[in-house]
Design a binder for this molecule. Structure first.
Ligand SMILES: Cc1cc2nc3c(=O)[nH]c(=O)nc-3n(C[C@H](O)[C@H](O)[C@H](O)COP(=O)(O)OP(=O)(O)OC[C@H]3O[C@@H](n4cnc5c(N)ncnc54)[C@H](O)[C@@H]3O)c2cc1C
Length: 312
């Protein structure tokens, strides 16, 4: 085993780069692997208005470049490569092995910050109107639709939560639920039913989007009982059918919950593997924000530094 690093960070979203800033400043000489989406999810959005420290907002790509520059200022080594395999040691103080293609990597600590990917329906129009009214995050983008009419697609807890959140900001929220019932908990379902400006359309699905200049003006929906199409005038369409955590390469190596999210110990980023920490959306199906991801990236670097200190 050559070149055993103190810390490898997998992922280059807000959690990965924040972990890098803290790990580098603690002299762990971290090496960060960006994966296929350098900068993470925020590189797919135009406006980020809720990250503290940017009074006028900032575009997602610019913000991620700032985070990367800050991590590199403290000499984080950034590799534009994907980690393809992991073999974790179960021993405290053991050496973890990762692969970037054929390249073998060894580290005393690993910070996993591979994020989660929002699920979409797979419609061409979702891509066309992305950034022009289609979103997968009400907390991120709801504010842009204040006083307007929006649609939420989905019938689970996430959709019910997104709809109730939006109902406080928007004029009217129409929920499209494919079946004749919600998959959400009874409590969430009740909350939706008791909210006057949410209308639930059961048996309805989104099949298209219309609008000039790639800005959403209408949703094309279908009643799946009759196949009858109709349109609903809206400015925003929130797809709330869940997320997929990017953990497939860690399956069998680390404890995951039923939905594939990495399980961390309460109030820490520790996983069940000594020396392996998880930060950001990959271990958080609840908050899923850049600032919470960044916060847990800071925690992961501090947890890694403490772990290494205790080994000495
Ligand atoms: C369109 C959109 C708009 C959003 N707007 C906002 C907003 O305005 N405000 C806000 O707070 N939040 C917003 N969010 C949510 C925010 O982007 C996420 O909460 C945040 O990016 C999560 O950060 P993360 O570091 O956990 O992971 P991510 O940003 O998901 O990054 C994951 C990283 O892991 C890498 N990776 C994955 N697998 C591997 C692998 N095998 N090897 C190496 N690297 C790997 C990827 O390449 C990527 O760099 C938005 C999300 C989307 C999709």
């Amino acid at each position: 085993m050559e070149n055993i690093l103190d810390c490898i960070i997998v992922g280059s979203g807000p959690s990965g780069f924040t972990a890098a800033i803290y790990a580098a400043r603690a002299d762990l000489k971290p090496e960060l692997y960006t994966g296929l989406e350098p900068g993470g999810q925020l590189t797919t959005t135009t406006e980020v208005d809720n990250f503290p420290g940017y009074p006028n907002g900032i575009t997602g790509p610019e913000m991620m470049m700032d985070l990367q520059k800050q991590a590199e200022r403290f000499e984080t080594k950034v590799h534009y490569e994907m980690i393809t395999k992991a073999e974790f040691s179960l021993e405290r103080g053991g050496i973890h092995k990762l692969w970037a293609g054929n390249k073998e990597l060894f580290a005393k600590t690993v910070i996993i910050s591979t994020g989660a990917t929002a699920k979409y329906l797979g419609l061409e129009d979702e891509k066309k109107y992305s950034g022009g009214g289609v979103s997968a995050c009400a907390t991120c983008d709801g504010f842009f639709y204040r006083g307007k009419d929006v649609i939420v697609v989905g019938g689970g807890d996430t959709a019910a939560e997104e709809a109730t959140y939006l109902s406080n900001i928007c004029n009217k929220v129409t929920m499209l639920v494919r079946k004749d019932h919600f998959r959400a908990s009874k409590a969430m379902e009740k909350r939706v039913e008791n909210t006057p400006n949410i209308e639930v359309k059961y048996f309805h699905e989104l099949v298209g989007i219309e609008g000039e200049n790639s800005l959403v003006e209408r949703a094309v929906v279908i009643d799946n009982r009759t196949q009858e199409k109709s349109t609903i005038d809206v400015h925003g369409i929130f797809i709330a059918i869940g997320h997929t955590p990017n953990t497939s390469i860690f399956e069998g190596q680390i404890n995951l919950d039923d939905n594939g999210y990495i399980i961390t110990e309460a109030k820490s980023t520790r996983t069940n593997i000594p020396g392996v920490f998880a930060a950001g959306d990959v271990q958080d199906h609840l908050y899923r924000q850049a600032i919470t991801a960044a916060g847990s990236g800071c925690m992961a670097a501090m947890d890694a530094e403490k772990y290494l200190g205790e080994l000495k």
